[in-house]
Design a protein around this ligand. Sequence first.
Ligand SMILES: [Zn+2]
Ligand SMILES: [Zn+2]
Length: 335
Amino acid sequence: MKACLLNATARIETNPLQLSEVAVPQPGKGEVLVRVHACGVCRTDLHVIEGELPPRKSPVIPGHQVVGIVEKLGDGSNRFAIGARVGVAWLHHTDGVCEYCRRGEENLCDNPSFTGYSVDGGYAEYVVAPEDFVYAIPEGFSDLQAAPLLCAGIIGFRSLRLAGIKPGGKLGFYGFGAAAHVAIQVARYWNVTVYASTRDARHQKLALELGAAWAGGTFDAPPEKLDAAIVFAPAGEIVPAALAALRKSGVLVLGGIHMSPIPSFSYDLLYQERVIRSVANNTRQDGEDFLRIAAEIPIRMHTETFPLSDANRALNALKNDAIEGAAVLRVLGDG
Ligand SMILES: [Zn+2]
Ligand SMILES: [Zn+2]
């Protein structure tokens, strides 16, 4: 099969992914083989490729927002029929026995594996995954629309949950990429007022089109004090600015897996019971709940499509803020 291999971490400007011919993986016990139709491109893929996340497997096939069709079942697999349309996301497997798994926090599992990082992902024609960690994809979404829901969508949704935002509340977004693109639609559905802070003028315009009450530069103070804010951009210097925008006891959620160092700031910004918390991965329940609400709203993604052979170009565009909405690799029929 064709696959984009990362043989060694490197800056994306050097186009380190190599389109290669590799063996089709075979599904083991409890696994399914998925023929990939589309794979979303996520900022975490950039962190894997550029080595900001320590390498777990080399070479590795990145990609963790995979939509495709079940083509083959491993021993004992019976959850999906051959031909079922499914999604494979970041959380590839958890041990089910550690203290976090036992108390329903499998997103924090002590022994997890992650798609496109510690195991091969979906920048390829086929991927294998444990059937228990695979999602059924709601019918209303095309393959290309569904792919970015699997990380941008699910993590945006978990970020909203951790923000504890209530109907009628005021919520800030810092950075307006794919996750914010989805989260604003959920927030508006919940009757939450959204204020979008982002450096890119086109992203400000997109935020307003999607129902933001205000859009401004990253360091411009929103016109109202916020009940909560979510930082989607991986830039630590945003944290003090976002804290300054919160009301007393407001919650600041950091939505990324990697962030540049946070500069020191005055305790006054945190005092009055403001809270900062990160988001780590998601539980399968988050994924199931999000896909249900995504179909109910329904979420509409602006996507930019690239062939599998152009994965480097898609990631360069993502790094340069040149993607509106989400970048998606169209895999089936490529090459
Ligand atoms: Zn565990
Ligand atoms: Zn992701």
